[in-house]
Design a protein around this ligand. Sequence first.
Ligand code: 6PG
Length: 239
Amino acid sequence: MTDIVRYADAETLASSVAERLIARLAAVQNDARVPSVALTGGSIANDIYSAVAASANRREVDWSAVDFWWGDERFVARDSAERNAVQAREAFLDEIGAASARVHEMPSSDDGDLARAADAYSEAIREHGTGAFDVVLLGLGPDGHIASLFPGYPQLDVDDRIAVAVEDSPKPPPLRVSLTYPALNRTNALWFVVAGDGKAEAVSAALADDAVIARRPAAGVRGTEETIWFLDEPAASLL
Ligand code: 6PG
């Protein structure tokens, strides 16, 4: 089932999703499991990460016992500010005390070639993953992309791999690694996080009953327990 949760503005969205993430991870740990989250890049995601770091409730979670993965990554130097992982580290991972052995960054251009990077990440998930994520966070591009799955791109059709290489992303930088649909869909909770009126058309098109995945990649993902679109009012304005 797909739910839509609307907030007045991006700030409220970020702090509310941060609280939900904290509560969800705490619940998994109370069940004596190590939670796993797939992070996304993007501006609202970074605001959520900062809100987690700033939250008074963040101590409900033992952050050293959370596995962090990425839904996609820019294939640039490991310390580049363009890396989703660098942004997440700066916004919250360093501050909350995530365990480096549980921060599973995608390979960077320092590690070798792009095709090998995608294979290496697939192997890492096979080896250290739990079979499913507890939460996958996804931003949405104005063109409807999620992770680095872009409209009309061949990666949308890959169903026999966990991670794929993207050599010509329309959003810079061009080289990226992305999880595939089968990998993203192995999650209990799939949370879209979208803010701003520049996303309104993409949101309404992805949620339309007749959305075609090849044109609206966001329409191809769903969680096994829940699929929730967290939107601010501008992003929800065309619904
Ligand atoms: C990336 C992201 C990408 C992002 C959306 C939304 O590497 O660029 O992972 O999928 O989440 O493009 O980004 P904004 O929130 O910055 O618009």
